[in-house]
Design a protein around this ligand. Structure first.
Ligand SMILES: *Cc1c(COP(=O)(O)O)cnc(C)c1O
Length: 410
């Protein structure tokens, strides 16, 4: 009898959920369709805009034949990045993933160590840890920043961390912990003061995955310049693109020199001899990509302005919906709003997944690109058995986030 009651209760509850969640879904679909009704198709999630000197500079590379590993645009691009971000040094590389890999090596992360990262991130964060021979240790994120939750992280380290022989060990796995690597999700800066304090307390290096946050500032300082070592990405869908590309932002001059050396096959400068003094990497950015980057950097301020205008328009579009919140920058931050997202408040903690899928599918039919958050790392086969803390917020956010078109060309 009690079982029967429960069943009725559940099915009723489920019906209610479905109707409320499907109403939210209908509303989002209708409003976005209407918002983009006169916009050319496809409406991309984040498409590149080339309305400056892109063609001119790339053509220059082709005409002069300086397309590859040497050429003036690489240095120029690095200088522009350093100037814009206020980082003493910038080193351009082939993509954001290798920038993260190199950042971890420079931070002193060793094989077999664990690196604390958010579970809710793009897979490159965890892959870079693996490429360094280390093990991702998955941490939960905060609903108010979408990035690493410093309160949970502090508690977790108090619970599992142990300082011994100048190192920090995970008591549960017995492995050393090598670094903390927060990520500025969708360009929104994480709570860097709080995370820095934790890193300092435990004597752990902090490395910022700033792949998404070129143009984002934390309390007036550019993201990626607070930790001393950080990685940017210039993939085709990022705020500024070089086709494929990335960069390291580095504070320390010796580390910057080491980064340049290691990413350029560890070759000693010589007019004709090939002498290498370390196992280096061929991570340098080609000149032709840097040419695109220089032209894009010239347009960055305009891109950021346009993106902020779009946020204001989205705020008006969704202002009256209590159960569908457009995520806005944390109060301490100025964000680049790389990707805008709607966070849905379902009847229960988990938004009805059929309704969520129907949003992506119905908008795709209208050639309007939307997508969910990334699948959290602990749900992916290669990372599901990684060490982790309880990840309830990562899971919840993943089940009720809709990323909406955000490019500077909209
Ligand atoms: C884009 C991105 C990277 C790096 O990606 P690449 O495609 O290798 O340039 C790393 N981390 C995050 C969070 C990203 O979004």
């Amino acid at each position: 009898m009690s079982e029967l009651k429960n069943n009725i209760g559940n099915s009723k509850g489920h019906l209610m959920t479905e109707s409320k969640d499907s109403k939210i879904a209908d509303c989002i679909v209708e409003r976005l369709e209407n918002f983009f009704k006169d916009h050319p198709r496809p409406v991309e999630l984040h498409g590149p805009v080339f309305d400056g000197n892109e063609e001119k500079y790339v053509r220059e590379c082709v005409v002069t034949r300086w397309v590859s590993s040497a050429g003036a645009f690489v240095g120029k691009f690095e200088q522009m990045l350093a100037e814009y971000t206020g980082s003493p040094y910038a080193v351009a590389v082939t993509n954001g993933t290798v920038a993260l890999h190199m950042a971890l090596l420079l931070a002193g992360v060793e094989r077999g160590e664990e690196v604390l990262i958010p579970s809710l991130t793009f897979v490159a964060t965890a892959n870079a840890v693996s490429h360094a021979g280390a093990i991702p240790h998955l941490c939960d994120v905060s609903e108010t920043t979408l990035g690493l939750d410093p309160v949970k992280l502090a508690d977790w380290l108090d619970e599992i961390g142990e300082k011994r022989d100048g190192k920090v060990f995970n008591r549960l796995s017995g492995r050393a912990i090598g670094a903390i690597m927060p990520m500025h999700a969708f360009g929104h800066p994480v709570q860097l003061d709080e995370l820095s304090a934790i890193a300092e307390k435990w004597g752990l290096p902090l490395v910022e995955d700033a792949a998404e946050s070129l143009g984002s500032f934390y309390k007036g300082r550019h993201t990626g310049t607070i930790s001393g070592i950080a990685a940017l990405s210039f993939n085709g869908n990022k705020t500024v693109t070089t086709g494929g590309g990335g960069a390291l932002l580095i504070r320390d001059p010796e580390l910057a020199k080491k980064a340049k050396h290691l990413t350029t096959t560890a070759k000693k400068p010589h007019a004709y001899r090939f002498i290498h003094d370390d196992v280096g990497y061929n991570y340098r950015m080609p000149n032709i990509n840097a040419a695109l980057g220089v032209a894009q950097m010239e347009r960055l301020e305009r891109f950021l302005e346009r993106k902020r205008q779009l946020v204001a328009e989205y705020q008006r579009l969704f202002a009256d919906l209590a159960d569908c919140k457009l995520f806005v920058e944390p109060s301490y931050a100025k964000s680049n709003y790389w990707l805008n997202c709607l966070i849905l408040q379902g009847e229960q903690a988990i938004f009805d997944q059929t309704c969520l899928e129907s949003i992506f599918e119905r908008l795709a039919e209208k050639d309007i690109q939307t997508r969910p958050f990334w699948e959290p790392m602990h749900k992916l086969p290669m990372y599901e058995s990684c060490p982790s803390m309880p990840l309830s917020v990562s899971e919840s956010l993943n089940s009720r986030t809709v990323c909406i078109p955000s490019g500077p060309g909209l």
